[in-house]
Design a protein around this ligand. Structure first.
Ligand code: PLP
Length: 450
């Protein structure tokens, strides 16, 4: 028989530890501590099995952009499940939610990114992108353009293909990566910029792309993929010189530019897409997360007219059972309606975003904090023993970050740590008062681990 949802927390935790393997988790450690059992959520607040209310500074996993508990999305899902719970779009059929969502995305996306290939997640969408790029060049009569360039400490997903695109060395070390992907260094000035100014460093790191293309051979490179702002790598906002130089290089060599908008998309940076904030013109965009605010698993690849035209010239032998799932599409449509009609993206750009920025940047005055970076509703602070030297903690990298994250959690604030960098990505509906609460709890937690 099923355990009661109202069973004592310790019993729920013990059963969880016995049978549930958690992603990105040291299982034995967690089993000892017990996972916090989240029971419900509303707005930006989570409730756990002990009745504690926790401010979710991460919007789940960077995805609950409209906040929790929106009944309209539940209603959209229920309506769609009753009418047409599933049908595929493989064999000469389509359905209204996929038609409507595709047209809406074409409207929202910048430039001529007018075509969508659906997946259920960002990882799947990036796997699609690898095959799309290679198929595109084969169709153009340049099948040797196989190599895709990406960045160390970028994150593009957990499937074998998307993980290989990503530059998380700890992930590559567990089972290896697929060939044909070449990584260049990230534009992380605080940690790696040395004596260079941010502007010089941004150019230097962008020019690694040109060097890599020349070394590999321009006739062998198909695409460059990057997040407009690295998310899981630690919310790293590149120097202002970086993206214009990247854009110049991809144009010079005629390679495709893929913007992975899985985190940056759907309002997170104060525009609909991070590419708009960073001034990028991609040929392909990866989307997921905020597309449905996490209420349903859905992702996809947005393609330019040119890429879509070339791909449409052949049978692209690729697709997932749940590509364009009608319930996920219906929920995404309702989510986009709310983001738009309630002016949530504009509010991040003009009202709450600037307020959060001011408060967040003031954290740099804390003795433990070096740089504080923020763009819209994604922010990071570097923890450091010596801010003028931009120093890293000498031993046990990540220990202070881990302790700080634990303090935040104990203070009922969800913040993540990436090594010794603390990050936030709250729901876009966070109010002025809730911003104050987030900052107060963050400062209290920083004080406690200082
Ligand atoms: N791309 C980026 C930039 C991400 O941040 C993520 C997830 O965090 C992914 C891709 C993978 O998405 P998913 O976890 O939905 O597979």
């Amino acid at each position: 028989s099923l355990i009661s949802p109202n069973a004592p927390t310790a019993e729920l935790q013990a059963l969880d530890a016995a049978h549930h393997m958690h992603p990105f988790t040291h299982g034995a450690d967690l089993a000892q501590k017990g996972a916090r059992v989240i029971t419900r959520a509303s707005g930006v607040w989570l409730t756990d099995s002990e009745g504690e209310r926790i401010l979710d500074g991460m919007a789940g996993l960077w995805c609950v952009n409209i906040g929790y508990g929106r009944k309209e999305l539940a209603a959209a899902a229920a309506r769609q499940m009753e009418e047409l719970p599933y049908y595929n779009t493989f064999f000469q059929t389509t359905h209204v939610p996929a038609i409507q969502l595709s047209a809406r995305l074409a409207e929202l996306a910048p430039g001529d990114l007018n075509h969508v290939f659906y997946a259920s997640s960002g990882s799947e969408a990036n796997d699609t992108n690898i095959r799309l790029v290679r198929t595109y060049w084969a169709e153009k009569g340049q099948p040797e353009r196989q190599t895709i360039i990406s960045r160390w400490n970028g994150y593009h997903g957990s499937s074998l293909g998307s993980m290989s695109l990503g530059g998380m060395k700890g992930m590559h070390a567990q089972g290896g990566a697929v060939p044909g992907i070449h990584h260049i260094d990230q534009p992380h000035w605080w940690a790696e910029g040395g004596d260079m100014s941010p502007e010089e460093f941004g150019l230097e790191r962008a020019r690694q792309l040109e060097q890599a293309i020349e070394e590999i051979g321009p006739e062998k490179v198909g695409a460059f993929i990057a997040e407009p702002i690295q998310g899981a790598g630690g919310v790293i906002v590149p120097p202002a010189t970086y993206w214009p130089e990247i854009q110049r290089i991809v144009k010079k060599y005629g390679i495709l530019l893929i913007a992975d908008e899985v985190i940056c998309g759907f309002g997170r940076t104060g525009n609909w897409f991070g590419s708009q904030t960073m001034g990028i013109t991609p040929d392909i965009m990866t989307i997921a997360k905020g597309l449905s605010s996490g209420y349903q698993p859905i992702g996809g690849s947005l393609l330019s007219d040119e890429v879509a035209n070339v791909i449409s010239g052949t049978e692209f032998n690729h697709g997932y059972t749940y590509s364009g799932h009608p319930v996920a599409c219906a929920v995404a449509l309702e989510n986009l309606r709310i983001l738009d009609e309630e002016g949530i993206v504009a509010r991040v750009a003009q009202e709450t975003g600037p307020y959060l920025r001011e408060k967040w940047q003031a954290l740099a005055d804390h003795p433990l904090v070096g740089e504080a970076q923020i763009e819209g509703f994604m922010g990071s602070i570097a923890l450091t023993p010596d801010k003028s030297a931009r120093a890293a903690f000498a031993s046990d990298a990540g220990t202070v970050g881990y302790i700080c994250r634990e303090r935040c959690f104990a203070n009922n604030l969800v913040m993540r740590h990436v090594g010794d960098r603390m990050i936030i990505s709250p729901p876009l509906v966070l109010s002025f008062d809730e911003i104050d609460t987030l900052i107060e709890r963050a400062v209290k937690s920083l004080d406690e681990c200082h």
